[in-house]
Ligand binder design. Structure first.
Ligand code: MTE
Length: 314
């Protein structure tokens, strides 16, 4: 998303994912003693402290017929700028991120504003396992068994006031644990927003886990949004504040470059990013590109945008 100077580029930035993962698999086969003391230990040697198993129920909203992306890819190819701008940096730099105790404040235009602990949030509804396609604006995609429930459950709990039209989200910003905005290259805290009807759509997932466990830090622990029909940057991580508002809230990437990143940012192969095509995408771990689908293949959200020009409202 950021344009990098040649000096900033890392191997992973210029090498197709499949090639450098193969290199990792090769390295995984090299005796550990040979690699000891080097930066390039096998991925399985990098465990994430603190993830725990979660009990889940099956979901009727789960996407079927897709091959699940390996856990190792989903946890080592991340965008989490508070922990680095390189794709492999968040896994390393977020290792000691403190995600407990954690509270989420739900405030603004609601009848029942309240601070919830994550434990309280996790008990609001049965945790569902939902497989979703997730596509990044940078044209890579993943298929992940996320764990959570529809965000509408939380909205029901706090009762939006009639004048509430939008939902604003905010990530924790802790300069002791995270990079500075200068280092991250974006203003912090990271903020995002949705129209209230988008946030109320059953597919909008309030997410606590993936692959049967709680989220690891680099994927947004302890609680994030997952919005499968939108580009990945709308799916804000490590949420501490949710505010219902009558006016459209600011969104980090839209503030950074409004002509590149719109408020809606629905996946749309017919609307190219000014610097690259959005017609195709590469699934992590695969070599050949595949066509990108309108709304990322979730046509059930189309009615949210009826009558809107989705080229203008990108
Ligand atoms: N949330 C925060 N707080 N900070 C970020 O940098 N990156 C976004 C989004 N949420 C980001 C964030 C972007 S650009 C993407 S593509 C997705 O997280 C990536 O999610 P993943 O790393 O779990 O695949």
């Amino acid at each position: 998303m950021l344009i990098k100077q040649a000096a900033d580029l890392r191997y992973s930035d210029v090498t197709p994912k499949s090639l450098y993962l193969n290199r990792r698999k090769f390295l995984a086969g090299v005796p550990a003693a040979f690699l000891a003391g080097r930066e390039l230990l096998s991925p399985s040697a990098r465990a994430f402290a603190g993830t725990t198993k979660l009990q889940t129920v099956k979901s009727s909203l789960s996407t079927t017929g897709e091959k699940i992306t390996p856990y190792d890819d989903v946890t080592h190819y991340n965008n989490y700028y508070e922990f680095g701008t390189g794709k492999e940096e968040p896994a390393e730099l977020s290792k000691n991120f403190k995600t407990s105790p954690w509270t989420v404040s739900v405030e603004g235009d609601v009848a029942k504003p309240r601070k919830f602990s994550v434990e309280e949030l996790m008990k609001l509804a049965p945790l569902e396992e939902r497989v979703y396609r997730h596509r990044c604006v940078e044209a890579w995609s993943i298929v992940v068994p996320w764990i959570g429930y529809s965000f509408s459950t939380l909205l029901k709990e706090v009762q939006p006031a009639p004048k509430a039209k939008f939902v604003a989200f905010e990530t924790l910003y802790d300069p002791k644990q995270m990079l500075s905005p200068f280092q991250a290259g974006i203003p912090l805290p990271y903020v995002e927003g949705l129209r209230l009807d988008e946030a109320n759509h059953p597919l909008a997932l309030f997410c606590f886990g993936m692959y049967g466990e709680t989220l690891p830090p680099q994927d947004g622990a302890p609680v994030r949004m997952v919005l499968p029909w939108k580009y990945g940057f709308k799916s804000i991580k490590s949420i501490v504040k949710i505010k219902l508002t009558s006016s459209r809230p600011p969104c980090t990437w839209n503030e950074v470059g409004a002509n590149e990143y719109g408020f809606y940012s629905n996946v749309n192969p017919n609307r190219d990013h000014p610097r690259w095509s959005q017609k195709t995408e590469r699934r992590l771990g695969e070599f050949f590109k595949r066509p990108t689908l309108m709304f990322n293949g979730y046509p059930e959200v189309a009615s949210l945008y009826s009558g809107m020009d989705l080229i203008k409202n990108y």
